[in-house]
Each structure stands twice: as C-alpha cells, then as structure tokens.
Design a protein around this ligand. Structure first.
Ligand code: SF4
Length: 265
C-alpha cells in the first residue's frame, strides 16, 4: 500500500531520489529538527491547545490575546525538549532571533487578530486533524488539517515570506485537504485559507482551484513511477533532506527552500 501525503508528493516532485529512498526502499530518514522547524511546530501546538482547551473563550471574555500569549513560553520550551533541541541554543533567548521565545508573541498576536476579525473564535469542526483515507485499492492519502471552522479549511504558516496565490495554488494541500474534508463531512469545503502568521496576512484559494482531477493525475503518475522508478536527483536544495548520508547526489547547497513544496517545481 502506497501512503501519500502532501510532503511525500512534494518529495516526488522536488527530488525523485528522496521519494525512492523513503517510499520504495523504505529507508528511515535521519530526523533533523532545527530551531525553525521546532518554532513552527510549537506555534501549531499552541494553536491546538487554544482550541482544544477552549482558551479562545477566555480571550473572548477579556477581549484580548493575553490568555493565549501567556501559555506560549511553556509550550515552546516543552516542545523544544520533546523534539530534543538543545535548550542552551542562545537563539532561543535572543529577542533578535527569528525563532526566539520573544518572536512567538507577535506571531500569536497576529493569529488572534486574524481569528477575531474572521469570526473564528468559536468551536471548530477540526483541529490538528490527522486523516488517512483510502484513495484506491493501492493508495491511501493522508495529512493533517490544522483547523476547520464553518466549512472553511485554515492552514497556518510561519514562513518568512507570504506565498502569493498563483504559487500557492500549486501546493498539493489545496486539493488534498478539501478532498479529505468532503470525505469526512459529505459536503465540499468553501475555501482554504493560508494564514501567514509572521505578517497576519491571509491568502485564500477559491473552491474552483480545488480540482479532484489533479489528485487523479498525480496519483496515477506516482503509481506508474513506483512500478518503473528512475533515479533523478534534486536540482535545488538538499537542506532539509534526511538522506544526505546515503545519497551520492547530495549537493551542499546551503540555501533553504521556502519550506513549502510545490508540484510545478
Ligand atoms: S540528498 Fe539531495 S539529491 Fe539526495 S535524496 Fe536528498 S534531496 Fe535528493
């Protein structure tokens, strides 16, 4: 059974070799959690607690984000410890660092402002919802929907840049998440919103871009590739790759990718 997620499909389009290592040869990647990844993970964890522990009700009562920002420091430090990030890393405590404790407060303030403005301080339909659904007899599709409220799918990004719609619509999440939503609720999602929390900006991808035929095309292409794989190395950055120790094509290009993988790259 082939299990495909947005990031595995991203691997397929960005580096066939990485896809071969993980999905065909089934080699476990070396797990790398840098501070940027851990920071993003901790922000997602805080948002999950915000909804599951109903902190949003306290924010509504007070009319501000303080009940949310109050939990950040503890959530971040315990997330770093769980991810085995060295807590002596000075970037954690340096207010000028992009991934410090201090850097989290404006991100969460932006989160609160967007949720408040959109009327999303309320009981959600889904929070950090992991799905794994059979697509056909040989393939399952899986992923995690950050949040769904009022039939809107909401995905949070902590990237350094806002990705424009024309680029974002080629992110496989835009078809995968609405597909999973419809399987679960029996009706289509209205829109998928990507919220860029560093800037408090949102980009919405209209329903018309959520084409299920794109899933069919991608799944068929990948199934054919699995039957007849060709070792084509990455042409971009190997920065996030967990296979640098086993890959003869590793390129030492230190440039990071945006962290979002697209299927037109
Ligand atoms: S090290 Fe680079 S070329 Fe090799 S699998 Fe990873 S991303 Fe691909």
């Amino acid at each position: 059974m082939l299990k495909l997620s947005g990031s595995i499909i991203g691997d397929y389009f960005s580096c066939k070799l990485r896809f071969i290592f993980s999905q065909i040869k089934k080699i476990e990647p070396e797990r790398k959690v840098d501070l940027a990844t851990a920071f993003g993970g901790a922000i997602h964890k805080t948002i999950e607690i915000f909804y599951k522990a109903k902190i949003w009700e306290k924010c509504l009562e007070k009319g501000n984000a303080k009940p949310l920002t109050d939990i950040w420091r503890g959530v971040y430090l315990s997330h770093l410890a769980n991810e085995k990030v060295d807590l002596r890393n000075p970037d954690i405590y340096d207010p000028k660092s992009f991934h410090s404790i201090d850097a989290g407060w404006p991100v969460l303030q932006n989160f609160y402002s967007v949720q408040n403005e959109m009327g999303w301080l309320k009981e959600p339909q889904l929070v950090e919802d992991r799905f794994e659904v059979a697509y056909n007899e040989k393939v399952t599709l899986r992923g995690t929907i950050d949040l769904a409220i009022d039939d809107y799918i909401i995905d949070f990004k902590t990237h350094r840049q806002v990705i424009p719609l024309e680029k974002l619509r080629n992110n496989f999440q835009c078809v995968l998440y609405p597909w999973a939503f419809e399987k679960k609720f029996g009706r289509p999602a209205k829109t998928i919103f990507f919220i860029f929390l560093r800037y408090g900006k949102q980009v919405s991808v209209p329903n018309s871009f959520m084409s299920e035929s794109r899933i069919q095309e991608v799944v068929s292409e990948i199934q054919e590739f699995v039957d007849n794989p060709k070792e084509e190395p990455n042409t971009g950055s190997c920065y996030y790759c967990g296979y640098i120790n086993v890959c003869k094509f590793f390129n030492n290009n230190k440039k990071r990718s945006s962290g979002i993988r697209f299927y037109d790259e």
